[in-house]
Design a protein around this ligand. Structure first.
Ligand code: SAH
Length: 373
């Protein structure tokens, strides 16, 4: 049993069943035992692999994306480049290297990393050692300084806590977590329906709502409207709001029971991109996309960058580049960590852009603008 199971059981004993939202927040970011707080979850040795860990091209293209946005903003003398949940710091390292070729940009950059985990902050600090004079860390977006912002978020929104509601005869009941006296955590439903959720659906239908994702997007979009800037978010998710049951826990690249080992497994829910788009529009911002990751990366020049890298690569390196290309933009299954078959990211991952209207359709989204249903 994990240390967190005990703590969660105590809370339930004194306060009654807890919402899935609260459970997820505790399991992921409890200051002492939260999943992200004291480990490196990424890569073949860890629990899951993210796009920047698959290929340097991912971070490089996002660095050039940020450079193009900076130009469109009129190349301001100071610009806040913000990354939400930077993981190992790999994306930012590749982005900053790529941005070096853009004259004047490095001198204008103030980099802000929003990171809850002390362990990952340490890794980011080591990885980005050559750039420390331009970097500041923050616990939350509330602490960002004034001024224009360019925000990058890869696999951040899916780690934010979310609620599930289950349709019954008398309405939508929130999914709760309780303990039946057997020491184990169990799913249950709140006895009364949640009056704010009103939608027709068959009995047993599940809806997932992340208020934290909505609030984060709305806050950043308001900032962008007031002080200019742009945001790009990339995540596992769906284009349209609808019934979905995507809560999952991953440990060592395999699915596990989300209630069995809080603090030891990554727990996520797919991101509802239509919900994010509504949050951004409600703040008065313009939305680009959502589109699938494959379209976004290809439109930013992924294949051209791969061809450039292959010019200086030996045969083994060239094969590695092709393999990572397939994982980033393929739509089938490719070999992942330990040669296990994993679904490629090309269509499973979606990308959304947020800006003020005068910036136009953001870079990477031009081919398929405005797909929000
Ligand atoms: N962007 C990275 C890592 C994705 S994992 C990559 O693509 O590889 C999610 C990241 O968000 C981790 O760095 C995690 O510690 C951070 N994180 C999760 N919840 C957070 C929260 N509520 N506030 C700040 N950071 C958070």
């Amino acid at each position: 049993m994990t240390a967190l199971v005990d703590e969660i059981r105590q809370i339930i004993a004194s306060e009654g069943p807890m919402s899935l939202e609260r459970y997820m927040a505790i399991a992921l970011t409890h200051p002492e035992h939260g999943y992200y707080m004291n480990r490196d979850p990424f890569g073949a040795e860890g629990d899951f692999t993210t796009a920047p860990e698959i290929s340097q091209m991912f971070g490089e293209l996002l660095g050039l994306w940020a450079a193009e946005v900076w130009f469109r903003l009129g190349a301001p003398e100071r610009i806040n480049l913000v990354e939400l949940g930077p993981g190992r710091g790999t994306l930012m390292l590749d982005a900053l290297r790529a941005a070096r070729v853009v004259s004047g940009l490095h001198d204008a950059l103030d980099v802000h990393l929003i990171e809850a985990s002390p362990a990952l902050r340490n890794m980011q600090n080591e990885k980005l050692a050559e750039y420390l004079d331009m970097i500041q860390w923050h616990d939350s977006i509330e602490h960002l300084p004034e001024g224009p912002i360019i925000v990058i978020a890869n696999e951040f929104f899916d780690a934010l806590p979310a609620c599930q509601y289950v349709k019954a005869e008398d309405g939508w009941h929130e999914r709760m977590i309780g303990e039946d006296g057997d020491g184990k955590l169990h799913f249950g439903l709140a006895p009364d329906p949640q009056p704010l959720i009103q939608a027709r659906a068959k009995k047993g239908t599940v809806l997932e709502v992340s208020f934290a994702a909505h609030d984060t997007m709305r806050t950043l979009a308001s900032r962008i409207v007031e002080q200019t800037g742009a945001l790009v978010a990339i995540d596992y998710g769906h284009m349209a709001t609808g019934p979905s049951e995507t809560l999952q826990a991953i440990r060592k690249h395999a699915m596990t029971d989300p209630l069995a080992e809080p603090g030891e497994a990554d727990i996520t829910m797919h991101v509802d991109f239509a919900h994010l788009a509504r949050a951004a529009r409600a703040a008065g911002a313009e939305v680009s996309g959502p589109i699938i990751q494959a379209d976004f990366l290809m439109s930013l020049g992924l294949f051209e960058r791969a061809a450039g890298l292959k010019k200086n690569a030996d045969v083994r390196q060239a094969m590695e580049i092709d393999r990572s290309l397939l994982r980033l933009v393929g739509t089938g299954q490719e070999k992942g960590a330990g040669d296990k078959l994993v679904p490629s990211m090309g269509a499973l991952f979606k990308v959304i852009g947020v800006s003020t209207a005068d910036l136009g359709i953001l870079p990477g989204f031009e081919s398929k603008p405005g797909q929000t249903p």
